[in-house]
Ligand binder design. Structure first.
Ligand code: SAM
Length: 260
């Protein structure tokens, strides 16, 4: 494996810890008729573990220098596409597959963590669950609860679609080369019962506007909205326009957006 020159610019920190690799793939109940999308297989450490589950597998890898490693381990139910995940049409790539559940599993390239997740959501693929290795601080932002400093519009956006939990931390020494950030694996589980939002665009606009200036309260950030209506709804939850967005749970934003 090791004349390979890892590219920092592509987030190439490869996993070398067998226990971590096993714990990732065992965090969902993969069945032979499921389809898994792996983003960034690298030299195939995680790919091998996914293949052991006998699932259908599509991998997207931007760096063709990994081809000799990946072609060597590739099994018959695996398809490797050497392209930039942000440029491909995933819906088209998976359309010929018949499968029970769709999963995304990845030790992500950290420089594009959020664009990748947004792409998966925007592609409307009906993903059952995602297991994603991300930077630890980012994991905390994804899972943050109201009134914590990490809670923001991204937290609400992602939690609208998925129940998100950090399943374990991953020490730096589990990677080669050793990165200079800590990592964690998060599980995104598709929400069984989606929230009742009348207009998603308006809801996401409201949330984004409410967080526009983090230190300001709702009255300041939502000056262009009907503040009387918003104040009425907030009072039902013992909140007011003097609260900041970071103190407002997702259900309250939904109640406001539905009323406006
Ligand atoms: N899965 C391997 C592992 O766990 O050892 C490698 C993970 S490494 C953190 C991230 C991988 O994503 C690298 O192989 C890198 O080349 C690939 N990558 C980076 N940018 C990408 C992109 N835009 N599209 C697809 N793959 C990308």
């Amino acid at each position: 494996m090791n004349n390979f020159k890892h590219k920092k610019s592509l987030g190439q920190n490869f996993l070398k810890d067998e226990t971590i690799l096993n714990n990732i793939v065992n965090a969902v109940d993969l069945k032979e008729n499921d389809l898994v999308i792996e983003i960034g297989p690298g030299q195939g450490a995680l790919t091998k573990k996914i293949q052991d589950k006998k699932v259908n597998l599509i991998c997207y890898e931007i760096d063709e220098r990994t081809k000799p490693y990946l072609e060597k381990i590739k099994e018959s139910k695996t398809n490797i596409i050497y392209e930039d995940i942000l440029q491909v049409d995933i819906t088209e790539d998976i359309q010929t597959y018949k499968y029970e559940n769709l999963y995304v599993i990845a030790n992500l390239p950290y420089y594009i963590t959020t664009p990748i997740i947004k792409k998966i959501i925007d592609s409307n693929l009906n993903v059952e669950a995602m297991l994603l290795m991300v930077q630890k601080e980012v994991a905390e932002r994804f899972c943050a609860k109201p009134c914590s400093k990490n809670y923001g519009s991204l937290t609400i956006y992602l939690n609208y679609f998925y129940e998100i939990e950090k399943i374990f931390d991953v020490p730096r020494a589990s990677f080669n080369p050793v990165p200079n950030v800590d990592s964690a694996v998060v599980k995104f589980q598709r929400r069984e019962h989606k929230f009742n939002v009348l207009n998603e665009d308006k809801f996401f606009d409201l949330v984004k506007d409410a967080f526009r200036q983090k230190r300001k309260n709702l009255k300041n950030n939502l000056g262009n909205y009907d503040l009387n209506k918003i104040g009425d709804i907030l009072s039902n939850y013992n909140l007011s326009l003097t609260n900041r967005a970071e103190e407002i749970p997702i259900e309250v934003f939904i109640a406001i957006a539905n009323k406006l």
